[in-house]
Design a protein around this ligand. Structure first.
Ligand SMILES: Cc1cc2nc3c(=O)[nH]c(=O)nc-3n(C[C@H](O)[C@H](O)[C@H](O)COP(=O)(O)O)c2cc1C
Length: 324
C-alpha cells in the first residue's frame, strides 16, 4: 500500500497509471494494470465509434472489478470527432475516472462535473496544467520531453518540468515521460509528484497486444533509438527511429505540407505496424524510456518490481543519510 492524494482520489493501491496507448490500451492491458493495483486507461482514440468504445468498456468491466479510466484524446483529427458522445458513453457505462489530453478540457467540464466524474488532464506545458486546475480538473499529469507520443514543443525534460509543475498548481501532479522502473518512480515522488504514468514501459508487457516483432524491436533499442518528427506541423511526436520516420523527417526538412505528410503519419499506418509487426509500415510512437527496457514481463511483474524496488531505494537513501 502506497498512499498519496492520487491513490486516495482514484481508489487504487499504487500511484502507478498506465498512459493511454492508441490501438493498444484495450481491455486486456487495462484490466491487467488495474488488477495489479495501478490504474489502467482505455484510449478512446482507438475506436472509430462511441459504440465500439462502449463494447471495450463492457469487456474491461468483465475482466476487472477495480477502477480504470478512459482517456479522451482531444487531438486534431482528419474527421471531426463528437467528443461529447464519447464522454456520455463513458459516463453511461459507469466509468467515473476520465482523463483528457491533447487540448483544453474546458468545453467538457460541465458534462464531466455533472456526472461527478473524477477528472485527470495530461499536458506538456505548465500554462496548460494551470488552465486545467482553473477549470476544475482534479489532478494533472505533466509529460516531459522524454515521453512517447506527443511530448510537446518546448523540449523540457521531466527532471525540470515535474518540480515546476508541482510548484505551479495545488492539485496533485502525476509525472510522465521517461519513467520505466523503480528508480524513475522514486525520483518522480522526490520531485513532488504524487504518482507516475507510463506508456512505453507498458507497451513492452506480456498483456500488450502488439505484434511480437515490435516487442523484439523494443528489447534491442537503446535510449538513442527514438526521434522527434511532426515539429513542422506543430504537433511534435516522439517515435521509434526507423527508415520510415527518417523519411518523414526528411520530407519535413524539405518543406512538405500537412497534406503531403498526412498519408504517412496517419494512425491507420501505426495500427498496421502494430498488427503486422512491420516497423516501416508507419510511424510508431515510443519514448526514450525504451533504453531502460530489457524484458517483456507481465504487467503485475512490472508494477510489483516498481513497488518492491522503491522500498529498496528508500532503504539505500536511508543508509546514506538522506532520510531520518
Ligand atoms: C504507442 C503510444 C501510443 C499513445 N497513444 C496515446 C493516445 O492515444 N492518447 C494520448 O493522449 N496519449 C497517447 N500516448 C502518450 C502516453 O499516454 C504517455 O503520455 C506517454 O507514453 C508517457 O511517456 P513514456 O512513454 O515515456 O512513458 C501514446 C504513447 C505511445 C508510446
Amino acid at each position: 500500500m502506497l498512499k498519496t492524494r492520487i491513490t486516495e482520489m482514484l481508489g487504487i493501491e499504487y500511484p502507478i497509471l498506465q498512459g493511454a496507448l492508441q490501438w493498444l490500451s484495450r481491455a486486456e492491458l487495462v484490466s491487467a494494470v488495474s488488477n495489479a493495483g495501478g490504474l489502467g486507461c482505455i484510449s478512446s482514440a482507438t475506436f472509430p465509434t462511441a459504440e465500439e468504445l462502449r463494447q471495450e468498456i463492457k469487456k474491461t468491466k468483465s475482466m476487472t472489478d477495480k477502477p480504470f479510466a478512459v482517456n479522451i484524446t482531444l487531438m486534431p483529427a482528419i474527421q471531426p470527432v463528437n467528443y461529447e458522445e464519447y464522454i456520455n458513453t463513458v459516463i453511461e457505462e459507469g466509468v467515473n475516472i476520465i482523463e483528457t489530453s491533447g487540448r483544453s478540457p474546458e468545453p467538457y467540464m460541465k458534462l464531466l462535473k455533472d456526472a461527478k466524474a473524477k477528472t485527470l488532464h495530461r499536458a506538456t506545458r505548465i500554462r496548460d496544467i494551470r488552465t486545467a486546475e482553473r477549470v476544475g480538473i482534479d489532478a494533472v499529469t505533466i509529460v516531459g520531453f522524454e515521453g512517447g507520443g506527443h511530448p510537446g514543443m518546448e523540449d523540457v525534460t521531466s527532471l525540470v518540468r515535474v518540480p515546476i509543475a508541482v510548484d505551479a498548481v495545488k492539485i496533485p501532479v502525476i509525472a510522465a515521460g521517461g519513467i520505466a522502473d523503480a528508480r524513475g518512480f522514486v525520483a518522480a515522488l522526490s520531485l513532488g509528484a504524487e504518482g507516475i504514468l507510463m506508456g512505453t514501459r507498458f507497451l513492452a508487457s506480456k498483456e500488450c497486444n502488439v505484434h511480437p516483432k515490435i516487442k523484439e524491436w523494443l528489447l534491442q533499442a537503446s535510449d538513442t533509438d527514438t526521434m522527434m518528427i511532426e515539429r513542422s506541423i506543430k504537433n511534435a511526436a516522439r517515435v521509434m527511429k526507423t527508415d520510415f520516420s527518417q523519411k518523414v523527417l526528411e520530407m519535413e526538412e524539405k518543406g512538405a505540407t500537412l497534406e503531403e505528410l498526412l498519408p504517412l503519419i496517419t494512425g491507420q499506418r501505426e495500427k498496421q505496424a502494430f498488427e503486422e509487426g512491420d516497423i516501416n509500415a508507419g510511424i510508431i510512437h515510443c519514448g526514450q524510456a525504451v533504453g531502460l527496457i530489457h524484458d517483456i514481463p507481465s504487467v503485475k511483474e512490472i508494477i510489483d518490481d516498481i513497488v518492491n524496488g522503491a522500498k529498496l531505494i528508500g532503504q539505500r537513501l536511508h543508509n546514506i543519510g538522506v532520510s531520518g
